[in-house]
Design a protein around this ligand. Structure first.
Ligand SMILES: Nc1ncnc2c1ncn2[C@@H]1O[C@H](COP(=O)(O)OP(=O)(O)OP(=O)(O)O)[C@@H](O)[C@H]1O
Length: 348
């Protein structure tokens, strides 16, 4: 298995850079997500990996081999990569088995080898009993599994997936996430998965590249992105949380309760360090307030089944999100303890 290197890749359409100086080192067999809002360049990057799009600058390598640079372009069919699209792209007039075997036919494979590889690929995605059906007779999730089987039949080094769950409903998406994890475990292929859905990326990927306006905002494991986001933009994109200004700490530092609470109590002019506070790190006390407490007013309460979400307003005017086990009245005053905060880089 070969690692995939994206080295300072830029793609311009006219003057506009869709991807700018993007570098990622992807380990062999790693499951990587490209995550970001619509228009940030995820699909363009994936299409450059597949070979459907040329590069303006930089280089893409698989193992030691250059796949693409400004001067050099290995065509898609010679990259040993497979791509799964949002739309499944199945042939409606062919059976499930023929759809899966199609890439082998293109490679002029026939006979017993052909039948064995199609059967193995269908078994891997749990669709062996559906081999002779037509794709129209399958559910959305089953069609997406046919598309997965079709891409793994060629035994690719790298599988590229472009929002493969976007057309499925929420329940089916959760079941399909498990299919993707199984698929990854069994094939050991390197997977690059494009999505704008942070919870999907967090659930699936070993590492996530968060993209913003064609650039890499942060590259790390789901845990790192959640606990140690670099900027307020990344923090707002991954999970929930509140942004407060405090007079303590420096970017990349974790603040413990005492320092955080002191830093919040300082004069407004001194509170210049942006800090992320996750809602699970806020304790809400609803009885007997004392004058030195940090206070907030409940503005909105949302029931989430296992807990309530409280949207609070601090006396400084800043908004704070907290979780709580019981419902509180809107307008109620509460005392707050912030147990932990993470210092962010100021936005440039
Ligand atoms: N063929 C093209 N010609 C001109 N501009 C393009 C082309 N393809 C993409 N772009 C532009 O490049 C930018 C990035 O597009 P891209 O499709 O890569 O974003 P994305 O993050 O995948 O978005 P989405 O999630 O909506 O698919 C956008 O501003 C888009 O308009």
């Amino acid at each position: 298995m070969a690692g995939l290197t994206i080295d300072s890749v830029t793609k311009r359409f006219g003057e506009h850079p869709a991807v700018e100086a993007l570098s990622l080192d992807i380990a062999p067999g790693e499951f990587v997500a490209l995550l970001g809002p619509s228009g940030c360049g995820k699909t363009t990057m994936l299409r450059m990996l597949a070979g459907f799009e040329s590069l303006s600058e930089g280089e893409i390598r698989l193992g030691g081999r250059t796949l693409a640079s400004h001067e050099h372009h290995v065509p898609p069919e010679r990259r040993n990569m497979a791509m799964v699209f949002q739309s499944y792209a199945l042939w409606p007039h062919m059976s499930v088995a023929d759809n899966v075997g199609y890439p082998l036919k293109l490679r002029r494979l026939d006979g017993e080898t052909y039948r064995r590889r199609v059967a193995q690929a269908l078994a891997l995605v749990g669709l062996a009993p559906y081999a002779e059906r037509s794709p129209q007779e399958l559910s959305g999730g089953q069609r997406q599994r046919v598309a997965l089987a079709r891409c793994l039949v060629t035994d690719p080094d790298v599988v590229l997936l472009d929002e493969p769950l976007a057309n499925l409903d929420r329940h089916l998406r959760a079941a399909m996430e498990q299919s993707f994890r199984d698929f990854h475990r069994r094939t050991q292929a390197t997977l690059v998965y494009v999505t704008h859905d942070q919870s999907e990326a967090m659930a699936l990927a070993d590492r996530i590249a968060v993209m913003c306006d064609g650039r890499l905002a942060q590259w790390g494991t789901p845990e790192t992105l959640y606990r140690q986001p670099r900027t307020a933009w990344v923090a707002s994109f991954i999970g929930q949380g509140s942004l407060l200004n405090v007079a303590a700490g420096r970017p990349g530092q974790r603040l413990e309760e005492a320092t955080l609470m002191r830093g919040l109590a300082a004069a407004p002019a001194e509170r210049i360090q942006p800090v992320l506070v996750r809602p699970e790190h806020v304790t809400v006390l609803s009885d007997a307030l004392s004058p030195q407490d940090l206070r907030g007013r409940v503005e909105r309460v949302t029931f989430r089944g296992e807990r309530y979400e409280l949207h609070l307003r601090l006396e400084s005017g800043e908004a704070l999100l907290a979780y709580h086990q019981t419902a509180l009245g809107e307008g109620q005053q509460v005392a707050l303890i912030l147990r932990e905060g993470w210092c962010l880089e100021p936005e440039t």
